[in-house]
Design a binder for this molecule. Structure first.
Ligand SMILES: *Cc1c(COP(=O)(O)O)cnc(C)c1O
Length: 423
C-alpha cells in the first residue's frame, strides 16, 4: 500500500492547522505513523487519497450507524439544501426531530437541539446547576464529555482531592467544582457525597464508558448512581452521545432500565451532520431560556440540513429495530474471532455493536485496568490492520463501531485478516 498523497497532505496541513488536524486523535500520534487522508466513503467502505480502500470500523466515531452516504439520507439532505442552508428561525423540522427523539427516549420530555456533544454536556451541566442551585459535579475518571473547561478533568488522585485540569489553558478555578470518582466503584462516589453531599448538583456518566475503550457498567452500578443522586437531591445525567441510538433507539437508559434526570445526545442523532441535544424532565428543562433563567443559545442550532439528516437517520432506525440485532451479531463475530486468535493476550469488551480489544490479560472494568493495556501492541495491530484494508480507531482508548452497511463478506474478510495477525 502506498500512502504518498496522504503524507504530502499531512505535511502541508501541519503548516496551517495545529498538528495537521482539526481533532487531535486524527493525527495518529498513538500509532506512530502519518494519518491517511480520506477522499470519499460509501456503505461500509472508506477510501483514502492514494486510492486505498478500507472496511471502516470508525464510522466517523459512531454517527454512521447506517454506513456512509446512505441513499435515503443523502437524498433528503440534497433536497433540503435547495431550500437554503440556515435561517436562524424556528422550523417544523426541529419539532419533528425533537418529537422523534422524545418518542424513543421518553425521559427527554423537553429537549434543546445544539450542534455538538460538547455543547450538549456543557449545557446540561449548566441546567443542573441552575436547577439545584449547587455548583459541584461528579464525573468519572476515563469518561469523556467533550472539551468544555470544567469537564476536562479525569485524573483526580485520591477521590477527595481537588481536581487538576487535563489541559493547559484551563484555570484551576474552573475545575475546582469538578469531583472525580472511579467508574464501577460505588464507594468512590459515596465518599464524595459524604464529604460534599449538599453541594453536588449532578453526577454525569457515560452509561457505557466508550472513551477509555469500551468499559461496561457493572451490574447495579447505574442503579446505584440513580439511588444516591436521589438520596442527596442531585441530578443524574447520562451522557448518551455514543450510546444514544447505538444500543437501541432507547439508548442505554432503556437497555439498563435506569432513567436519568437529564440526557445528552450527539453523534448518531445528526446522521453525520453536526447535531447534539440535551433534555430531561420538564420541570428541569423549564430552567432554560427563554422560559427560565439558564442561558444557552446557538446561531446554527436546529440547522435545517443537520436536522434533516437526523430525522431520516432516526426514522430508519425506529422503523427497522432489527438493525440492532444484526449489527450486534456482526460485532460478536468479529469479537469472537479476535478472542479466538489472540486468546489471553487480549480482553475484548463488547455491548451490541460497540466494542474494544484491549491488549491486556486482565479484565477491563475501570480506568486503571483500561490504561494497563499495552498501547504499543495496539499500535502494531492497528498498523497491520490498516495495511490489510481494515480501518480501526488510531488509539487503544477508542471504540470500534459496526454499522448496518457491513456485509457478511466484510465481516468474513475482517476475520480473515485478524486470523493472519502474528504478534
Ligand atoms: C464524542 C463525545 C462527546 C463530545 O461530542 P462532540 O460532538 O465531539 O463535541 C461527549 N460525550 C461523549 C460520551 C462522546 O463520546
Amino acid at each position: 500500500m502506498q500512502f504518498t498523497e496522504s503524507e504530502k497532505l499531512f505535511e502541508a496541513s501541519k503548516q496551517c492547522i495545529p498538528g495537521g488536524v482539526n481533532s487531535p486523535v486524527r493525527a495518529y500520534q498513538a500509532v506512530h505513523r502519518p494519518p491517511v487522508f480520506i477522499d470519499h466513503a460509501g456503505g461500509s467502505h472508506i477510501y483514502d487519497v492514494d486510492g486505498n480502500a478500507y472496511i471502516d470500523y470508525v464510522c466517523s466515531w459512531g454517527p454512521c450507524i447506517l454506513g456512509h452516504a446512505y441513499p435515503r439520507v443523502i437524498k433528503a439532505v440534497q433536497a433540503a439544501c435547495e431550500n437554503g442552508l440556515t435561517y436562524g428561525a424556528p422550523t417544523a423540522k426541529e419539532l419533528k426531530l425533537a418529537e422523534l427523539i422524545r418518542s424513543c427516549i421518553p425521559s427527554m420530555e423537553v429537549l434543546r437541539l445544539v450542534s455538538s456533544g460538547t455543547e450538549a454536556t456543557m449545557s446540561a451541566i449548566r441546567v443542573a446547576r441552575g436547577f439545584t442551585g449547587r455548583d459541584m459535579i461528579i464525573k468519572f475518571c476515563g469518561c469523556y464529555h467533550g472539551h468544555s473547561d470544567g469537564l476536562l478533568v479525569k485524573a483526580g488522585s485520591g477521590a477527595l482531592t481537588q481536581s487538576v485540569p487535563d489541559s493547559r489553558g484551563v484555570p484551576a478555578d474552573y475545575t475546582r467544582n469538578t469531583l472525580v470518582a472511579e467508574y464501577n466503584q460505588p464507594d468512590s462516589v459515596e465518599r464524595l457525597f459524604e464529604a460534599h453531599g449538599k453541594e453536588i448538583a449532578a453526577v454525569i456518566v457515560e452509561p457505557v464508558a466508550a472513551n477509555m475503550g469500551v468499559v461496561l457498567p457493572d451490574e447495579g452500578f447505574l442503579a446505584f448512581l440513580r439511588k444516591i443522586t436521589e438520596d442527596y437531591g442531585a441530578l443524574l445525567i447520562f451522557d448518551e452521545v455514543i450510546t444514544g441510538f447505538r444500543l437501541g433507539v432507547g439508548g442505554a437508559q432503556e437497555y439498563f432500565g435506569v432513567t436519568p434526570d437529564l440526557t445528552t445526545l450527539g453523534k448518531i442523532i445528526g446522521g453525520g451532520m453536526p447535531v447534539g441535544a440535551y433534555g430531561g424532565r420538564k420541570e428541569i428543562m423549564d430552567m432554560v431560556a427563554p422560559v427560565g433563567p439558564v442561558y444557552q443559545a446557538g446561531t446554527l442550532s436546529g440547522n435545517p440540513i443537520a436536522t434533516t439528516a437526523g430525522i431520516e437517520t432516526l426514522t430508519i432506525l425506529k422503523e427497522s429495530p432489527e438493525i440492532y440485532t444484526q449489527i450486534a451479531e456482526k460485532a460478536k463475530t468479529v469479537a469472537d474471532c479476535i478472542k479466538e486468535t489472540m486468546g489471553d493476550a487480549v480482553c475484548v469488551n463488547r455491548i451490541g455493536s460497540l466494542m474494544s480489544v484491549f491488549f491486556t490479560a486482565d479484565a477491563v472494568s475501570d480506568y486503571a485496568s483500561a490504561t494497563s493495556s499495552d498501547v504499543e501492541q495496539y499500535a502494531a495491530y492497528f498498523g497491520y490492520m490498516l495495511e490489510h484494508g481494515i480501518y480501526l480507531a488510531p488509539s487503544q482508548f477508542e471504540a470500534m463501531f459496526v454499522s448496518a452497511a457491513h456485509t457478511a463478506e466484510d465481516i468474513a474478510r475482517t476475520c480473515e485478516v485478524i486470523r493472519g495477525y502474528r504478534r
